[in-house]
Write a new protein. Structure first.
Length: 74
């Protein structure tokens, strides 16, 4: 089972990264905006930071899934 990282960009230079789980859990989103003046929320970052954060989170969750699968097999 693989976690998927999906980039959404409905409006140019703004969007989100969706972390989609294969086990049915709700997706997690990391939102970003590359135009500083449009960032209305304090938790918005630029696309590079959002991508990095989404990848770190996805890798950690994938690691948990991989180890949970190994534990069940033993």
């Amino acid at each position: 089972m693989k976690i998927r990282l999906i980039r959404h960009e409905a409006v140019p230079k703004t969007g989100s990264y969706e972390i989609r789980f294969p086990d049915g859990r709700p997706s997690r989103f990391v939102y970003w905006d590359d135009i500083l003046g449009r960032r209305l929320r304090p938790d918005l970052v630029d696309s590079a930071v959002a991508e990095r954060a989404a990848k770190i989170f996805a890798r950690a969750e994938q690691h948990k899934l991989n180890h949970a699968g190994l534990s069940q097999q033993m």
